[in-house]
Write a protein that binds this ligand. Structure first.
Ligand code: NAD
Length: 265
């Protein structure tokens, strides 16, 4: 999207009217909670999993490599995972207009918490306050040892992979290293989940942005908010199972809709 359109936040007149209504809710809200998913990062060049061009939509087998039991059991899965991390588009990705709009929302309105399912760190790069972010599925910018829980910078381990190590072991205990992300079969960090659930239950306006709302327990957060009486707004490229529960739904590109929405707050 061209920079001038981002500044103006241009959308079609019929969409602008609905955007103005949602912006009025955001202006009045005292405890806004935002949940983002992979869809906010596709315009930065990182594919989502379940969208029309998603990694798993095109190759359902790939879902298996994100499963902890396969990763633990099979050195070949780990070798492939490290090669994938080494060449990942995440290292080249920069925040887009959608991330910047979320950061701007924090400056213009009462944002309580930004819960992201993304592991790419692009909200922080766009200027959202780290202390208001919960990375509910972890981060790819760190590694974690599955034996001793050591954590360290991803860049250091990737340098070992680039130098020829197929499956770099933990330098402290020799255990298996993995990115500090939550795989299938792993529990979320209890304190993170609790913080997100409590914020959702207290929120008066909840925005779900760029998520297929198919991964629980993150997908339960909008349900918690709606049950507690918050306005629920869903912005996504395609319908989600929670659209019928929402007070407003916008379908379209986040890089276009979010700057328009935040400019109207
Ligand atoms: P998802 O892949 O299940 O759904 C993404 C949704 O975003 C889809 O419904 C798609 O239609 C929509 N979308 C894609 N591009 C869009 C755009 N430009 N504008 C508006 N909507 C757009 O993603 P999810 O709900 O976040 O769940 C997938 C899991 O995968 C998460 O747990 C997340 O941790 C992980 N993941 C993260 C990244 C990342 O960090 N960038 C990338 C892929 C997957």
């Amino acid at each position: 999207m061209p920079a001038d359109a981002e500044r103006a936040g241009t959308v079609a007149p019929e969409v602008a009217e609905r955007v103005a209504g949602i912006a009025a809710w955001l202006r009045r809200a005292r405890r806004i909670v935002v949940l983002t998913g992979a869809g906010i990062s596709t315009e930065s060049g990182i594919p989502d999993f379940r969208g029309p061009n998603g990694v798993w939509t095109r190759n359902p087998e790939a879902e298996k490599t994100a499963t902890l039991s396969h990763y633990l059991a099979d050195p070949e899965v780990r070798r492939r995972a490290w090669q994938h991390r080494l060449h990942s588009e995440v290292w080249r990705a920069r925040p887009n207009a959608g991330h910047r709009a979320v950061a701007e929302l924090e400056r213009r309105a009462c944002l309580e918490l930004l819960v992201t399912q993304n592991i790419d760190g692009l909200h922080q790069a766009a200027g959202s306050s780290p202390e208001r972010i919960v990375e509910i599925h972890g981060t790819v910018h760190e590694v974690r040892c599955l034996s001793c829980d050591f954590r360290g910078p991803m860049a250091e381990t990737l340098a070992r992979v680039a130098a020829g190590e197929d499956d770099p072991a933990c330098l402290r205990c020799g255990g298996i290293l993995k990115s500090a992300t939550i795989s299938f079969g792993e529990s979320l960090v209890a304190a993170d989940l609790e913080r997100a659930q409590q914020a959702a239950a207290r929120s008066d306006c909840f925005l779900a942005l760029g998520t297929s709302l198919g991964v629980y327990p993150a997908a339960a957060l909008p349900e918690i908010a709606a049950a507690a009486g918050a306005r629920l707004v869903i912005v996504n490229g395609e319908p989600t199972p929670l659209d019928p529960l929402a007070d407003a739904v916008l379908h379209g590109r986040l890089g276009e809709l979010l700057p328009a929405l935040v400019a109207a707050v």
